[in-house]
Design a protein around this ligand. Structure first.
Ligand code: FES
Length: 227
């Protein structure tokens, strides 16, 4: 927006237009500081390639922020130099935005890692009931998706295994009477309905209906038709 107002200012030379550009720059600088803090919090929980892309993303945005801040000061004395500095800032902000999009859409950062898609609505037979030990999470596979089974006080619970937060393996976590805790960052989900009981996860964990037929545990995703 600042660049658009700058371009208009070059045409109309009106003080109001220049002031509009300045307000955009000031607001953007304040917003960028908040975004940096939330970005840092997200980055602190990433590993490997996403963490490296995150460093480049943060570097681009930091350069952009420095250039916009330089522009903020320059605009008071040499508006044309300030306009050039903000244009350079825009270029770096665009690179940073592209990398931010890559982190979300290609690296799956900051998204729900337990999307309830393509889950079976028909009953799937998994394993003999006596292979499940009370209170010990057990991994099983349902149509290429890992799920975690927990037996407790005669009941069997089933949730998607990949933690909604960042994909941690719930079957390596700990279970108690009513919940299971992710081993990576400690999110806790209700065994009954997958509700988030403790963060950092913000999305609920998909759950399955379970039944025991002929001594075997069977599961299916909850559906509108389910009784
Ligand atoms: S992956 Fe972070 S709490 Fe599960």
């Amino acid at each position: 927006m600042a660049s658009i107002f700058d371009a208009l200012y070059l045409v109309d030379k009106r003080t109001d237009t220049a002031r509009a550009a300045d307000i955009c720059i000031n607001t953007g600088i304040i917003g960028a500081l908040g975004a940096a803090l939330t970005g840092l919090a997200d980055w602190s929980e990433t590993y490997g390639r996403p963490a490296r892309v995150g460093v480049v993303h943060a570097t681009s945005n930091t350069i952009a922020l420095s250039l916009y801040t330089t522009s903020f000061f320059l605009r008071r004395r040499r508006r044309s130099a300030g306009m050039l500095a903000s244009l350079a800032g825009y270029a770096f902000a665009t690179i940073g935005a592209g990398l931010g999009g890559h982190l979300v859409f290609a690296e799956n950062q900051g998204v729900n890692h337990a999307a309830a898609e393509d889950l079976p609505t028909e009953w799937i037979r998994l394993l003999p009931m006596d292979e499940l030990m009370d209170g010990t999470p057990h991994r099983a596979k349902v149509k290429e998706r890992d799920i975690v089974l927990v037996r407790n006080a005669g009941k069997t619970y089933a949730l998607l295994d990949s933690c909604a937060h960042l994909g941690g393996p719930l079957h390596k976590g700990t279970a108690d009477d009513c919940s299971i805790t992710c081993p990576w960052h400690g999110s806790r989900f209700s065994l009954i309905d997958g509700r988030v009981l403790d963060g950092p996860a913000t999305s609920n964990q998909p759950t399955f209906e379970t039944r025991v037929i002929d001594g075997y545990v069977e599961v299916r995703a909850f559906s509108a038709e389910a009784p």
